[in-house]
Design a binder for this molecule. Sequence first.
Ligand code: AMP
Ligand code: ZN
Length: 142
Amino acid sequence: MSQDDCIFCKIVADEIPSRTVFEDDEVIAFLDANPLAEGHTLVIPKDHYETLDEVPEETAARVFGVLHKLNTVVQDAVDADGANVAFNDGEAAGQEVPHVHGHVIPRFDGDDGHPIHAVAGERPNLSDEELDKIAGAIHDNS
Ligand code: AMP
Ligand code: ZN
């Protein structure tokens, strides 16, 4: 399942080059072409899904399995001190390539980067009632 105009589908189909670091029947991982840090790696399902909610649970588990494995391998390869592992899910979250991909971004002591807490806008000031309502809505649909 691929989409003609998708750059990551073209990588899966070997129509454009990539520095592939892992591949199996369902998942492929390659170095980010414009890395935020040494070793910045992307992990994607081979099938085209735009956002995480479209990914079947089993495929999502496979993608996470590869992220989990590569997180350690990538950090070791570049002698990192940690990593941010994350998805930009949807345009509002900054997703630029509309084919689901998880980032492994190695981090180094004193690299002047930021934690994941820095990605959102201003923190909302929520009452206990509002927090209860949100928790309930999530709980009821989990
Ligand atoms: P996102 O904002 O989460 O959609 O991130 C897309 C990422 O894909 C960026 O970090 C880009 O540098 C990376 N990227 C775009 N085109 C390519 C490509 N052809 N090969 C590898 N990485 C790419
Ligand atoms: Zn695609």
